[in-house]
Ligand binder design. Structure first.
Ligand SMILES: Nc1ncnc2c1ncn2[C@@H]1O[C@H](COP(=O)(O)OP(=O)(O)O)[C@@H](O)[C@H]1O
Ligand SMILES: C=C(OP(=O)(O)O)C(=O)O
Ligand SMILES: [Mn+2]
Length: 537
């Protein structure tokens, strides 16, 4: 029998969870390994991690995410594109069915924190059907001390039951998958999917709702700190390089995905990382690679050899979106507090599949606002359901529209104030294609991107002359240590410069078209931060 089972489920009873099977409270990772393996949720790899499969859903399901329309939040929530409304009545019925489903079933509970800064910390109870999601929670969030645990009262509760499926005709959902957030009831319900990213991103959405009320800017970004204490933020949509580029042997990692910016500085929302593992190179990404070789890491949908149990990080036969979840302590030069000062540099990462944008450019404050609201990248297959193999140009406000609970202008206004007040330098870094579009050109090597980041963050680029990009108006450095001059000007990397010009204008027009939704709500000078299309005369 497992050593740590507590049959006292008093607090769960208060939350309406009656007559569950065993309740496994705050089990340690080794104990959870034993449970996960006993239940055949996953297998142990030779290198030590627990390898699980998420079944049908190997990425997020953005079309299945709902926010309950209720009086306390209805006037504020950014309804429509990403936040689908669902009624209180539907929510209560779905919740009741989930409570019924849990009768007689074992559940795993972890009481954890989100938010490294104690002032803005959220206490969260994660109730999951599987042991491996309990490990995921331990890896991704912040562990309370034993003392804190004794008096732990959850602010929010997440119930994640991957094997419970919604019925759209009964539940009013779009499919059998659901992620339903109820800010008034402080409850998050997840079902029909095992993809663990839903758990972390539902908490991110919650913090995106709550924190602007405290004048804290929540951000979809990574953060790290250099030896001289200089802080850098890396914004970007999925697959643009936040996790990869923020893990840097020369800089201290604060976090790879979600941070808050308060009057005191930057703090991580999480206590762990969630890295893409497909074709991970030991040489190019040593810090992340070694986390795949350790006990405690959770690997989603990574293929292993059934005989030797060795990992094959190159095998994409289950999905392109293979993932590793590990505690930030697994990165050797990570911060132990998750907090740091105000940033000196902000990087907007984009993976431009059209091969148009320069690999690095300095943005004016107006361009920074324009590009923050635009949130351009080319989504690469995998992280969200329904994307094929061709990357496609995407505009996602604040570099994370699916997680923005409030209107993007709320976050943009806060960012604008902070950039001005702290005199932050803002850069656009294209980690995508050069020498042509996706399929023709090549992705910019990680080593080259790192060289450009090193030059920007050290201040070296401040001394180098720039050229204005004629279509987008960016200031593009003409040289960069460790990078060929040609790479800095995408037009020169294309075999047919005329084809480049056509492509660049196409992209510029897409920016203009997309920005129409924000044009009325922003200060007129922000529009000057957009591409120069139509401004020539
Ligand atoms: N120049 C580059 N910069 C950053 N990542 C790159 C680059 N070239 C290829 N990649 C790959 O792109 C992916 C970036 O993903 P990741 O860092 O997880 O993004 P995010 O955290 O923003 O979702 C990784 O698989 C990485 O190996
Ligand atoms: C986990 C995710 O984020 P990212 O790809 O930005 O790491 C996700 O979008 O599901
Ligand atoms: Mn990431």
């Amino acid at each position: 029998m497992p050593g740590n089972v507590m049959h006292n489920n008093y607090a769960l009873e208060e939350q309406g969870i009656l007559n569950p099977g065993n309740v496994y409270w705050n089990l340690s990772t080794p104990a959870l390994y034993e449970e996960a393996i006993r239940r055949q949720e996953g297998v142990m790899a030779a290198e030590g991690p627990l390898v699980v499969r998420t079944g049908q859903h190997t990425g997020r399901s953005p079309n299945d995410k709902f926010i309950v329309r209720e009086s306390s939040s209805a006037n504020e929530v950014w309804w429509g594109k990403v936040n689908y409304p669902i009624s209180e009545h539907r929510f209560e019925a779905l919740h009741a069915r989930m409570l019924a489903y849990m009768q007689g079933r074992d559940v795993f509970v972890q009481d954890y924190y989100a938010g490294a800064d104690p002032t803005y910390q959220l206490s969260i109870r994660f109730i999951t059907e599987t042991a491996w999601h309990s490990i995921f929670v331990r890896n991704l969030f912040i562990e309370p001390s034993r003392q804190e645990l004794a008096s732990f009262v959850p602010d929010f509760t997440v119930i994640a039951l991957p094997n419970f499926h919604a019925k759209p005709e009964i539940d009013g959902t779009h499919s059998d998958v659901f992620i339903v957030l109820n800010f008034a009831r402080k409850l998050i319900l997840i079902g029909g999917t095992s993809y663990a990213g839903e758990i972390k991103k539902s908490i991110f959405t919650t913090l995106n709702y709550l924190l602007p009320h405290h004048r804290v800017l929540p951000m979809h970004c990574a953060a790290n700190v250099g030896h001289s204490g200089d802080v850098a933020l890396f914004f970007g949509l999925s697959g643009t390089g936040k996790t990869t580029l923020s893990a840097d042997s020369k800089r201290t990692l604060i976090g790879d995905d979600e941070h808050g910016w308060s009057d005191r500085g930057i703090f991580n929302f999480e206590g762990g990382c969630y890295a893409k593992l497909i074709r991970l190179s030991k040489e190019a990404e040593p810090e992340i690679y070694q986390t795949t070789q350790r006990f405690g890491s959770i690997l989603e949908n990574v293929v292993i050899n059934p005989l030797t149990r060795h990992l094959d990080l190159n095998d994409a036969s289950i999905t392109e979106n293979t993932r590793g979840a590990y505690s930030i302590e697994y990165i050797s030069n990570a911060s132990s507090t998750g907090m740091t000062g105000h940033p000196q540099n902000i990087i907007f990462l984009t993976a431009d599949a059209l091969g148009v944008l320069p690999p690095i450019a300095r943005l004016t404050n107006e361009q920074a606002m324009y590009h923050f609201l635009s949130g351009y990248t080319a989504k690469v297959a995998g992280t969200e359901k329904g994307l094929g193999h061709e990357p496609q140009a995407v505009f996602s406000a604040c570099f994370g529209a699916p997680f923005m609970a409030l209107h993007p202008s709320v976050y943009a206004a806060l960012l604008g104030q902070k950039i001005e007040h702290h005199k932050v330098k803002v850069w656009l870094v294209n980690t995508g294609w050069t020498g042509g579009t996706y399929g023709v050109g090549e992705r910019i090597p990680i080593k080259q991107t790192r060289a450009m980041l090193t030059a920007a963050l050290s201040g070296a680029l401040d001394e180098i002359p720039t050229k204005i990009n004629p279509v987008f108006g960016f200031h593009v450095p003409v040289h960069c240590p460790g990078v060929s001059d040609e790479l800095l000007t995408p037009r020169l990397t294309w075999s047919d410069p005329d084809a480049y010009d056509i492509q660049a204008h196409k992209l510029a027009e897409m920016f203009v078209e997309n920005f129409k939704q924000f044009a009325d709500g922003v200060a007129p000078q922000v529009l000057l931060g957009g591409p120069m299309v139509g401004k020539e005369n």
